[in-house]
Design a protein around this ligand. Structure first.
Ligand code: IVH
Length: 672
């Protein structure tokens, strides 16, 4: 077996073993997070090596087939659910389904994922005749007598006039939190065996030989679907089917959503994650299903789960890890940000190795020592943060982290403002770290973009003293660049060509490139559109700046301070006259069709796209008068989401920004 095959086999076997401990013996030996971690590892390998995964799986089942004891067969197989631990996985699913149906709006039905044990109830002529656990999906243990004593499982279906002849009703048996706590507190008092969670409690209580024990445990059944075997009308949608089941007397998810919008589905997920602790029963995620049964049939199933449904699971959000080091980053404007380096830890499906400590004050408050055990969480489920230090685990060799007095790059004395919160190196272009970032910013994506002119190359050029300010870059030659480490003539030519091309730019990009504090892309665009030309900008008054709608007083002051300085005016004039920068104004925006939905909207683009590349999308949006922003903020109007979108989606949800997919954007381009 090759290494990957061995890895998959090992993980498969390990998970199978833990499943057995958990479901059959009710004696898990690892935490849910550890289980999820292993499961995610396998999931990643599966995605990367699909074919190999199924080969290994087959081998595995061949070797374990003898252990499967046949009990009683389900009429139709009880499938499991595909799952993901983060919303990237869900996006993929959502996109795939939309692609499959030519980008039509597809209705998705969302419900909670009950954290219990699956049960299949068979009703003949409206009477409960059999109940089976899921088992291996083909056959399960017969627990009919136990099901009879679960209070909310109807023994006879309601609405006797309209009931199916033969129907399998599927759902999850759960133990309510209050009953679980009560059971455990009595068990602890009596020194009896207690359960580690409600799922184990439900499984253990359902599979009792003595049904009076099952009855005492007050189990609860939530129904999530059915399989009508004979003599009943077909339902067009999952929602109608659930409604029918509700009318027949079953409890269904108290929280549901029917929507075709990605935005709403993600909001539902976050909402359920927020409220899960307040529910009377445990949930471990949400389940999203294609609502149309006809579409479900078109999508079909794999040999384990339907292709029309997916579970988005929740993960525990705070974990312990060790602090390995604290590094001090120097920003473009000289602000010093301490960053914690951590022993890698998986939180909400993402491996976390670094956490920003924001400022001096935050670092002091945590009283961090190197080698401390710290509790890390993801704020808003996105940004890694250190919550606290576990003092009693502090080792003897731990070293207190002390905020530096001097800039780690140029060693000038740091300036501390705002009552000990902000530390800043005021050396500007004289500080090497800031110089590299200032030049990097000048040629970055939203400024005078030069493809492949990376911070790595800029660092080499600065260290070798070839460049000191952005203007120097226009003097670079192919010869000089191709002499750098890891650099060939071909890439050098590309960059020199890029440096020539970038000179033709817009006023807003140029203003942004100057790197004035508080003047991001958005403010630069507002200023450029308001004044129309560089000479107007350079001759503006503070009063005019303060009058501009959406420009705050602080920004106006920063901007005015910058253009008031003779040194800066000279710098700008040299860029234009010596550097040869040619500016076009942003006024042409005024000629756009203002009625289109993209006009003047602040738009962020994220992820990969199928029909366009990112630049094509950006160009098209700009041609409709949209304003492209780099990051999501409360001012963003729209996020265009491709596949594998990353953190921007979380932030969009946080700021309640509307999100649309590639297909929806395509529709807009067509309509406009
Ligand atoms: S639908 C064919 N909906 O989760 C798809 N399953 O981890 C059938 N589960 O085996 C499943 N809540 O036992 C569905 N709202 C829900 C659910 C749910 C819990 C269980 C189910 C399934 C397991 C997969």
């Amino acid at each position: 077996m090759n290494v990957i095959k061995k890895k998959i086999f090992y993980l498969y076997k390990l998970l199978h073993y833990h499943d057995y401990l958990y479901h059959t013996l009710n004696m898990p030996i690892i935490s849910d997070t550890e289980y999820d971690f292993l499961s995610n590892k396998l999931y990643i390998l599966k995605n990367k090596y699909v074919q190999l995964y199924y080969v290994v799986k087959k081998t595995f089942f061949k070797s374990t087939r003898l252990n499967i004891i046949k009990k009683n067969s389900h009429f139709t197989r009880m499938l499991s659910l595909d799952h993901t631990f983060d919303i990237n996985g869900y996006m993929k699913f959502h996109q795939n389904i939309r692609n499959r149906f030519n980008h039509l709006n597809i209705n998705f039905f969302c419900e909670v994922k009950f954290d219990g044990v699956a049960l299949n109830l068979l009703y003949r002529k409206g009477k409960l005749v059999r109940a089976l656990t899921r088992g291996d999906g083909v056959s399960g243990e017969d627990v009919t007598k136990n099901a009879y004593v679960v209070n909310n499982i109807p023994l006879v279906l309601k609405g006797i006039k309209e009931i199916p002849e033969l129907i399998e009703v599927r759902g999850e048996v759960c133990m309510l939190k209050k009953d679980f706590l009560q059971f455990n507190s009595i068990a602890l008092k009596n020194n009896d065996k207690f359960f580690s969670n409600t799922r184990n409690a439900a499984a253990g209580s359902l599979r009792q030989k003595n049904i009076s024990i099952t009855k005492k445990r007050k189990l609860f059944f939530y129904c999530y679907g059915c399989n009508i075997i004979s003599n009943f009308k077909e339902y067009e949608t999952h929602s109608k089917q659930l409604n029918m089941l509700y009318n027949l007397g079953f409890s269904i998810s108290p929280y549901i959503l029917l929507s075709h919008k990605l935005n709403n589905i993600l909001k539902f997920y976050y909402l359920m994650e927020k409220v899960r602790n307040f529910l009377s029963f445990n949930i471990d995620g949400i389940v999203v299903k294609v609502n149309s049964i006809a579409r479900q049939n078109i999508l079909g199933i794999t040999n384990k789960f339907p292709k029309w449904a997916i579970a988005i699971k929740f993960l525990s959000k705070s974990e312990k890890t060790r602090l390995l080091n604290v590094e001090y980053q120097i920003g473009r404007t000289g602000l010093i940000t301490p960053v914690a380096h951590l022993e890698p830890i998986l939180i909400s499906g993402v491996i976390i190795q670094k956490a920003s400590l924001y400022n001096k004050n935050e670092l002091d408050k945590l009283d961090l020592h190197i080698y401390d055990t710290v509790i890390v969480y993801r704020a808003g489920d996105v940004i890694p943060k250190i919550q606290s230090t576990v003092l009693h685990l502090r080792p003897k060799n731990a070293k207190k982290v002390i905020f530096p007095k001097y800039c780690p790059s140029c060693f000038s004395l740091l300036h501390i403002h705002h009552s000990n919160v902000i530390a800043q190196c005021l050396a500007g272009l004289n500080c090497l770290a800031q110089r590299i970032k200032i030049i990097g910013h000048f040629f970055s994506k939203d400024a005078l973009y030069v493809e492949n002119f990376s911070l790595g190359i800029i660092t080499q050029l600065v260290l070798q003293k070839y460049i000191k300010i952005p203007l120097d870059c226009f003097q670079l030659t192919i010869n000089l660049l191709s002499g750098l480490k890891y650099f060939g003539v071909k890439s050098a030519t590309k960059i020199i060509f890029g440096l020539q091309k970038c000179k033709k730019t817009t006023l807003s990009r140029f203003i942004y490139a100057l790197g004035i504090p508080e003047i991001g892309l958005e403010n630069a665009e507002i200023i450029a559109t308001y004044f129309g030309s560089l000479s107007n900008v350079l001759n503006c008054t503070l009063h005019q700046l303060k009058k501009i709608k959406n420009i705050g007083v602080i920004c106006a002051n920063y901007f005015f301070d910058f253009i008031r300085s003779k040194k800066n005016i000279l710098y700008i004039m040299q860029l234009v006259q010596i550097g040869g920068i040619i500016l076009s104004s942003d006024e042409n925006k005024l000629f756009y069709n203002k009625n289109n939905v993209l006009f003047n909207k602040k738009i962020v683009v994220t992820g990969k796209f199928i029909n366009f590349n990112r630049q094509q999308i950006i160009d098209k949006i700009v041609s409709f008068g949209g304003v492209i922003m780099k990051n999501i903020s409360s001012k963003t109007n729209l996020l265009i989401v491709g596949s594998n979108p990353g953190n921007k989606v979380h932030r969009a949800i946080h700021f309640d920004v509307k999100m649309i997919s590639e297909g929806e954007l395509f529709d807009i381009f067509q309509i406009v």
